[in-house]
Design a protein around this ligand. Structure first.
Ligand code: ATP
Length: 380
């Protein structure tokens, strides 16, 4: 399997970096440094090389360096199967906040949309904030699943935007106490079409991922996880033809108008779906597992997803693993590093102590992060 890597990363006015230029190697790259040094900021910068709001989902105004004019840039030289590419993204101080305010340039030309970056590289991340993925709100798990889909299917982002736009239109009609059947029907037909497409893409991802997870050992550091989807639409996918499901969803929306009007929003649909994960060897829902076990389940899912991406697109994605060593014992860390080596992808990892990554000595690029500057780690 081929892999893509970033060979140069250049930042201006990004978080605590005024100007930074880093030469990077393929394979494992380990950033170490004190708390608050700027390690996660580097991963966040790389996460902007894929559509969306990055791994913190922060407003762009927060990302631009404090004291700058409000704009920032992230630039990468990418080397991969399709050749080399120059990818740049950022905002100017005058841009409106939000996704629309981010510009993307590929090989010197303005990209039509941020999704054009997916032609050159795919980036997947795991952050400490995701430690609460199984115990937190369903929306976080839904977004996680959507990111997994997006890494393989670039059109998923547009589907989600189209659905949300239609749903906002319906919610507006509900709020205005509108009884205009024509308007409702037009919007609900659109919601049914895009909603079923979203649910089908998620259900397909779950199916493919579950098959890939099946290849993980039943016991050991990263055990198989049972993954299933509970959701109004997803559960029907595979049981019924898509046109029937669309028709059912459309009818459900029409019949639910009064109820939704009282609630002030659309109560059912793919925007309410959840991803259910359980620990198969323990026969236990993921949320009841220990912190370290939950982390191992997540890592198992991410590794399987990276393999899946590799098999489907021919290229393994770039992985961002923030504070990955924090909850993993020495056995799990060694197993993870061995799997990353076998996957042969560029994997950026962070931690406060280089010692946590000692089994990568001589194999990984070790860089020390020091409050706005980065240099090779001396004794690595
Ligand atoms: N817009 C900004 N402008 C300047 N500095 C910023 C901005 N946003 C965040 N910072 C600074 O970046 C630093 C945090 O960096 P980061 O989260 O990357 O730390 P870290 O090395 O991952 O730390 P930890 O080990 O604690 O997770 C903080 O000192 C914070 O004040």
């Amino acid at each position: 399997m081929a892999s893509t890597h970033i060979s140069k990363l250049t930042l201006t006015n990004f978080r605590n970096y005024t100007a930074l230029s880093l030469d990077l190697q393929p394979g494992a790259v380990v950033f170490t440094g004190d708390n608050g040094a700027g390690k996660t900021n580097l991963l966040e910068a790389i996460s902007f090389l894929t559509p969306g709001r990055g791994l913190r989902r922060a407003p762009y105004g927060d990302v631009a360096r404090e004291g700058s004019d409000g704009g920032f840039t992230v630039h990468a030289h990418v080397e991969g199967e399709n050749g080399d590419a120059e990818i740049g993204t950022g905002t100017t101080g005058s841009d409106a906040p939000g996704e629309a305010g981010r510009r993307v340039r590929i090989n010197g030309a303005n990209a039509k949309s941020a999704e054009d970056m997916l032609e050159w590289l795919r980036v997947i991340w795991l952050t400490p904030a995701m430690d609460a993925l199984f115990t937190g709100p369903a929306g976080d798990r839904r977004r996680f699943l959507d990111r997994l889909v997006l890494a393989i299917d670039a059109s998923h982002g547009q589907r989600a935007l189209d659905y949300e736009k239609a749903m906002r239109g319906r919610n507006r009609l509900l709020a205005e106490e509108s009884r205009d059947r024509g308007w409702f029907e037009a919007i609900e037909t659109q919601m049914a079409e895009t909603g079923v497409a979203i649910a089908a893409a998620r259900a397909e991802m779950v199916r493919l991922l579950a098959a890939m997870i099946e290849k993980l050992p039943a016991t050991g550091p990263f055990p198989q996880a049972d993954i299933s989807l509970a959701g109004t639409l997803e559960n029907q996918i595979g049981l019924q033809p898509a046109v029937e499901i669309e028709e059912n969803f459309r009818r459900m929306l029409a019949e639910g108008r009064e109820r939704d009007r009282a609630a002030g929003r659309t109560l059912e649909g793919p925007h309410r779906s959840d991803l259910i994960v359980s620990h198969r060897p323990k026969a236990m829902p993921a949320e009841l597992c220990s912190t370290g076990e939950q982390k191992a389940l997540l890592v198992g899912i991410i590794i399987s997803h990276a393999r899946l991406c590799g098999e489907m697109s021919g290229t393994v994605p770039i992985l961002l693993l923030d504070e990955i060593a924090a909850h993993l014992d020495a056995g799990r860390r060694a197993a993870l590093f061995a799997i990353l080596e076998e996957l042969d992808c560029q994997a950026f990892m962070t931690g406060t102590e280089a010692a946590l990554f000692s089994s990568l000595r001589g194999k990984a690029q070790f860089l020390t992060v020091d409050h706005g500057s980065v240099h090779p780690t001396e004794d690595a």
